[in-house]
Design a protein around this ligand. Sequence first.
Ligand code: GLN
Length: 305
Amino acid sequence: MDYQTVLEEIFEEIKPFVSKGKIADYIPALAQVPLEKFGMAVQVLKGNTFFVGDALESFSIQSISKAYTLILALQLIGEGNLLKRIGREPSGNAFNSLVQLEYENGIPRNPFVNAGALVLADIILSHTKDASQTILDFVRELSDNQNIHVDVKVAESEKQAGFRNAALANFLKSYGNLENDVEKVLDVYFHQCALSMSCVDLCQSFSTLANHGQFPLSGKQILTPSQAKRINALMLTCGTYDAVGDFAYRVGLPGKSGVGGGIAAFIPGRLSITAWSPGLNKSGNSLAGTLALEWFTTKTGMSIF
Ligand code: GLN
């Protein structure tokens, strides 16, 4: 398959759609990112990487970070303990819904809604000396890039405007589903969301999930194949929020999106693929990014279905 040609075709055809979405300006620092950015990368498992546009430029990964903290939390406390505190069903609601958390008595629907990710941050805080450093080190290892950093301006900006997340964390605390101080949990969460990575970094890091839990560069088993299967299933059913049905229908891949406009997806056993375009659709997923992934699976005839 000539991936480079496919990516270049998509890069040309996507141009009219790139500025159609809306930037996540509820995090003021993200409002500064130019709407016209677009990058896309494909990394073939144990093979070459192909990319177009702004695929080497770092951007705010936001909720894509929840994939990494889910892996870490699973490693730290195991599946049985994790599932006592977080569910595994699609939310059908916005990623920052408060009402759902209340009527489900403080048990987040899944690890990828904000409430679920706050519980993951709490677990990492309880079981490591420095949660934010642990997350950063892990992401650097998975991406094979020691230069990955947290954009502290973005973290600070989200903290200043993070009233909904503060409300979710306080709700969780009132239901006894946070062990640590609300402030500390929010701090870890805002820092993980502010990780700055490129499409190529994301492809490398997601190749472990595509490779049944084994880091392809060293052969190190990060997750058991069974754990990787479960995380991948969660991404397919919960990774793009209340648009997850539409995403599965159109793109046909497990993946994780973030309000920075990134989407990281993969075909198990085959490749990882990422797209970045900061303009979002109304569910908070990249509008052009989703379209680009849809065109990739349509043009190549490759998906998980
Ligand atoms: N930091 C963002 C928030 O909490 C992450 C949301 C997202 O990327 N969907 O609102």
